[in-house]
Design a protein around this ligand. Structure first.
Ligand code: DAK
Length: 258
């Protein structure tokens, strides 16, 4: 695997998203490698707990790779969102062993959605989180419209989505988006300690707990379908074309509002 590193030591699998020059943005290949890593870990008894993090000190994941989806049609957008849900984000959420996201910097758009698919989140004090999709003329398409309100409540979630602004780590802690905030140099050790604490308990029971907690959120399933359709529809808008083009041309967007 090129864009993902996986090491397994003493029951802890460390999965590192490794495209630091692009701030670990999720392109198709990276998503496919994340899927491959989880498929491998599922059947590997040496893996008890998974920690996901980003390479470098700047970013966990700065979103989906904007260069890749800027030209998509509505149908391509919906298809890819659905594939992403099924092969990565739902796979992580439904993974039968605990998954901890160690958020070591920017977690934006698809990057925050990846962290939210994990079961638990810890952030470094320099981390910044947000769903900037509406600034690109699109909506969160990898589960963000469902998981963010589940974690922090509808009002705060919609404020984050409408404003497209980032929040800092202490606000994320206050909102309940992350379970703990630690200095960046302590992040890995804190995540590993949490993993070791989890490993003291029954992995099988944790698997059932994950299943039960997820079942309680099932009414969101209809919301996901709506999200997939609406996300695809965004790709047909002039605002989306302008939002992505402006980012690639490094200028402020002038949204036509259509
Ligand atoms: N995609 C592609 N490249 C990215 C990127 C991204 N999301 N984020 C950063 N980069 C690249 C930059 O273009 C830059 O590349 P070069 O110009 O050096 O070649 C490099 O990473 C370093 O970034 P900056 O120079 O911008 O670094 P700064 O410290 O100045 O700024 C930043 C850091 C995180 C504030 C900034 O990079 C930024 O605003 N990044 C974009 C954040 C963002 O809007 N992310 C996307 C959110 S929307 C889909 C499903 C879901 C989605 C999409 C499609 N399908 C099913 C099709 C989800 C969409 C999103 O995630």
């Amino acid at each position: 695997m090129e864009n993902v590193q996986l090491t397994i030591v003493d029951g802890i699998a460390m999965l590192v998203i490794n495209r630091p020059k692009q701030l670990n943005a999720l392109n198709k290949q990276t998503l496919s490698e994340i899927n491959e890593a989880f498929e491998y870990m599922r059947d590997n008894d040496a893996v008890k707990v998974v920690i996901m993090t980003g390479a470098g000190e700047k970013a966990f994941v700065a979103g989906a790779d904007i260069k890749e989806f800027a030209d998509f049609s509505g149908a391509e957008g919906s298809d890819l969102a659905k594939t992403g849900h099924m092969t990565v984000f739902n796979v992580i959420e439904e993974f039968s062993k605990p998954v901890i996201a160690a958020i070591n910097g920017f977690a934006l758009g698809g990057g925050l959605e990846l962290a939210m698919a994990a079961h638990v989140r810890i952030a470094s004090d320099n981390a910044r989180m947000g769903l900037p999709e509406t600034s690109l003329g699109v909506i969160p398409g990898y589960g963000g419209t469902q998981r963010l309100p589940q974690l922090i409540g509808k009002g705060r979630a919609l404020e984050m989505i409408f404003s497209a602004k980032m929040i800092d780590a202490s606000t994320a802690l206050n909102y309940g988006l992350v379970n703990a905030v630690v200095p960046q140099e302590a992040l890995q050790a804190t995540a590993e300690k949490m993993a070791r604490d989890f490993m003291k308990n029954s992995i099988v029971a944790m698997g059932y707990a994950i299943e039960a907690v997820n079942a309680g959120m099932l009414e969101g399933a209809i919301g996901y379908d709506v999200e997939v359709q609406a996300f695809g529809d965004c790709f047909e808008t002039a605002d989306f074309k302008e939002g992505t083009t402006a980012f690639l041309e490094k200028r402020k967007p002038q949204f036509p509002g259509a």
